[in-house]
Design a protein around this ligand. Structure first.
Ligand code: ATP
Length: 357
């Protein structure tokens, strides 16, 4: 089911929680609403579900305007952060619930319900725990029950509000894989809310970055990470190094350190900031003139096939973070306390808002 959100706004009293939200979601897409606390993610999800009404704007499911139909009629599946399982029901009955309460005409016969529930429990690998109660399950197992329960009614749209928020890092990672697999298997359109950039980058087809009730950027994980369209997105999507200076004729200058900004067509800026991700910082043992800056290594961390190098700049005492391959690390034979030269291979400078026409 495709979902089209057009010009949606919402205020609570005088506070504007959502402002002119426009979003297209294709059938079968897994979309992450990513943003800091209070950015409007949950409000948007609740409006899509029909639990909250927008002040302005429309929502279409498969070209049908469903803005004024009830949550029940929208037939969306839900998973919340705090499981919301029925405590007095077994795992089996929790998953069967949505099917049992269907209107008589649409309700499957008992045998069919049983077959379906067992199939779903098998899918989330909980078939051996069917007769347990929620209190007898781990957090991760409960969230898998919640996923199975949401999927039992065969929703065309699955909405998840911080579904793995309350779980530890390892279980979260495992459940993300579940979500991806179940989503693909059921060919539904799913939207999940998260404030965890790693989670969004890891599983989503499309990321919607939200800030203060507005959409900052929409794109694939690669697009929003590698090509952020605003300082906010740069910052929110991962580690970033800032190079401050005066920008004149495409050169960012700070003391003796001069960086070329290839392709810069904007004006000169008195106080510019260049952004560079850790993997865009190169490290060498020798100076290569004005484009390199003397720094000292303060920490080295192994992260899988990469090494994170923390440094301090000699000229400004600012901290920097670089990420290099293990091979390069071994080749350079780097050590904490060592003096090296760094250079950002790529630098992105945003035109300050007051320069924009
Ligand atoms: P979080 O990650 O903390 O859940 P969020 O991005 O999901 O945040 P929302 O829950 O959508 O943000 O809230 C957006 C803003 O709207 C917040 O400032 C919140 O206080 C406000 N808000 C949400 N619901 C209501 C309400 N019913 N009444 C008043 N203000 C509300």
């Amino acid at each position: 089911m495709s979902i089209v959100i057009k010009q949606v706004s919402k205020s609570f009293g005088t506070f504007q929680a959502l402002e002119d939200i426009n979003l297209d979601i294709q059938t079968g897409e897994l979309v992450a609403l990513l943003g800091p606390s209070g950015s409007g993610k949950t409000s948007l999800l609740r409006i899509i579900a029909g639990l909250e009404a927008a002040d302005e704007g429309t929502i279409h499911f498969d070209n049908e305007n469903i803005t004024s139909i009830t949550a029940k009629e929208r037939k969306v599946g839900f998973v919340f952060q705090h499981y919301a399982l029925f405590r007095h029901m077994t795992v089996f009955d929790n998953v069967a619930y949505g099917l049992k309460v269907r209107p008589r005409k649409e309700r499957p016969v008992k045998k069919e319900i049983e077959r379906k529930v067992l199939e779903l429990l098998e899918l989330v690998k909980l078939e051996s725990l069917a007769s347990r109660y929620p209190a007898q399950l781990s957090g991760g197992q409960r969230q898998r029950v919640a996923l199975a329960r949401a999927l039992a009614v065969e929703p065309k749209v699955l909405l998840l509000d911080e579904p793995f928020g309350a779980l530890d890092a390892k279980v979260r990672k495992e459940l993300r894989r579940w979500l991806r697999r179940l989503h693909d298997e059921f060919q539904i359109s799913s939207i999940f809310v998260t404030h965890d950039q790693e989670e969004a980058l890891d599983v989503a087809d499309k990321i919607v970055v939200m800030n203060q009730g507005k959409i900052e950027q929409i794109g694939t994980p690669n697009e929003v990470y590698e090509n952020p369209q605003s300082p906010f997105v740069y910052d929110f999507l991962g580690s970033v190094n800032l190079f401050k200076g005066r920008l004149t004729n495409g050169k960012l200058m700070q003391g003796d350190f001069v960086l070329n900004i290839p392709g810069w067509t904007g004006s000169n800026i008195q106080e510019a900031i260049g952004y560079a991700r850790p993997h865009d910082i190169s490290i060498s043992k020798e100076s290569h003139g004005e484009e390199t800056v003397h720094s000292t290594i303060t920490h080295l961390h192994m992260v899988g096939p990469f090494v994170q190098v923390e440094l301090i700049r000699s000229d400004t005492s600012e901290y920097l973070e670089a990420e290099i391959t293990k091979e390069l690390y071994l080749e350079l034979n780097l050590e904490v306390g060592e003096e090296v030269y760094i250079r950002p291979r790529q630098l992105k400078v945003f035109i300050p808002e007051d320069y924009m026409i």
